[in-house]
Design a protein around this ligand. Structure first.
Ligand code: FAD
Length: 419
């Protein structure tokens, strides 16, 4: 039996390790065009800011792959023929599989603003290892940057460039930063924090034109409101989409939608081929389609897809949404449904006096459904438990202290909230 996994991200590697736990002798091969070893994409920024070495980003010791007999292949898959169960690689070689997992992750969205065709240098994304290398190379010769796109990756790139002394203008097309995740009050606090750190945040702004020098290096952008902002680095952080474009040209493409369409058991439309992680579009039992592009979901999906490949009965149900991040020094934990909460919710929002910290709790039909917590560390397990248990807002507020993590650096004073 030869299991082949395309993609060495968290979904692919978790699947490989899960397969090995049950399959002592099968051949397992993981292919990736990006890097030789699995790394933590969520921590890319710490390498850019010289806080972690590239090797520190690898969650496993390299010898683990040999010990578990996981073969690694550094190459791009360019063709998939499900009839002969063959993958063709960019290097010209081919590989046969018995069971295949497509775990190809996400790629950045790109934009076509007027003037872009002439640009040869100065444009960067921040998603892949190659993006990191390009960002590091460009930073050495950059004085000012424009970052476009008001999400998490944009703020990370802005922080990294500021750290290296590059003057950053952050263009956000919405009236406030990251409206799919944050309420206006929260976004205002983050925006003030970014500005305090010298990042020039412009709201309701988008690019109308990109200008470049005679050599093709980005030199300025014009905005829809008619301003011109000089820059030699243009960071495009306008979201990601499933890495499926390459599959449109293969001999036998799997059924594609927003991602690779799979059943709740991660089966694609091709025989003996499964898909998991950022690239998978799961058609859930209620008929809705789900593309999850977050780390913990990719890990869980990789594990379950491996079980499905081993013949277990699997029916994926998305867990309660959880994500955590940092906006420079402000910690962020979000659990459940917040900006996408059902209509008619009670929206309990409090800013902690004297701190860059706030709490937002959503209650629907007498039960809490979501949390947005800023400025301290929170135990997401406890917050999830309260959602599962359908605890009312009053109960949660009375017990909120139990979900506070931050004993090392001091707890938030919640007295104004519990009062
Ligand atoms: C800067 C950044 C910060 C993030 N921060 C967070 C965060 O704070 N919290 C969170 O939950 N999520 C975060 N994410 C998202 C998270 O990293 C992803 O959800 C997760 O990495 C997805 O894992 P995956 O295994 O599905 O895919 P990936 O990690 O994308 O791995 C897929 C691999 O497959 C390879 N591949 C693709 N096509 C081919 C091919 N044809 N041939 C060979 N190899 C191929 C790719 O090159 C890649 O190496 C962040 C993402 C980025 C970019």
């Amino acid at each position: 039996m030869h299991y082949v996994i395309v993609g060495n991200g968290v979904a692919g590697i978790t699947a490989a390790f899960t397969l090995r736990e049950r399959e002592a002798t099968a051949r397992i091969t993981v292919i990736s065009g990006e890097t030789d070893y699995f790394f933590s994409r969520t921590a890319l920024m710490y390498t850019f800011m010289d806080r972690m070495s590239p090797r520190d980003l690898e969650p496993y010791e390299r010898k683990v792959y040999d010990r578990k007999k996981i073969e690694r292949l550094r190459d791009w898959v360019v063709d998939l023929d499900a009839n002969s169960r063959t993958l063709r690689l960019k290097s010209g070689t081919s590989l046969n599989y018995d069971r295949l997992l497509l775990a190809t992750g996400s790629v950045p969205n790109s934009a076509r603003w007027p003037g872009m065709d002439a640009v040869r240098e100065g444009l960067a994304h921040f998603v892949s290892w190659q993006d990191l290398e390009e960002c590091e190379r460009l930073t050495a010769s950059s004085r000012s940057a424009v970052i476009v796109g008001g999400g998490l990756i944009g703020v990370e790139l802005a922080e990294c460039l500021s750290f290296h002394g590059v003057k950053v203008t952050f263009l956000i097309r919405d009236p406030w930063y990251w409206p799919v995740a944050l309420g206006g009050e929260e976004a205002e606090m983050i925006t003030a924090h970014l500005r305090q750190h010298g990042i020039d945040v412009r709201l309701n702004e988008s690019i109308s034109e990109v200008k470049c020098s005679a050599e093709g290096r980005v030199s300025a952008i014009r905005t829809e409101s008619g301003q011109e902002i000089a820059c030699d680095f243009l960071g495009v952080c306008i979201g990601v989409h499933p890495a499926i474009d390459w599959l449109r040209q293969v001999s036998t493409p799997p059924r594609l939608g927003r991602g690779i369409q799979v059943t709740p058991a991660f089966e694609t439309s091709l025989p003996d081929a499964w898909s998991a992680g950022d690239c998978a579009e799961i058609r859930l039992q209620d008929g809705s389609a789900l593309v999850e592009q977050i780390w913990y979901s990719a890990k869980r999906q990789g594990e379950l897809a491996a079980h499905a490949m081993l013949g277990d009965t699997v029916a994926y149900r998305p867990p309660i949404f959880y994500n955590s991040s940092k906006f420079l020094e402000i910690e962020f934990t979000t659990v459940g449904r917040v900006m996408n909460a059902p209509k008619g919710c009670v929206d309990f929002y409090r800013r902690i006096p004297g701190k860059q910290a706030s709490i937002r709790i959503l209650e629907h039909a007498g039960a809490v459904v979501g949390f947005n917590m800023l400025g301290a560390r929170w135990d997401n397990g406890r917050l999830e438990q309260w959602i599962y248990e359908r605890r009312p807002l009053r109960y949660v507020i009375e017990h909120l202290r139990q979900a506070q993590f931050d004993v090392e650096f001091g707890r938030l004073d919640l007295s104004t909230i519990t009062a």
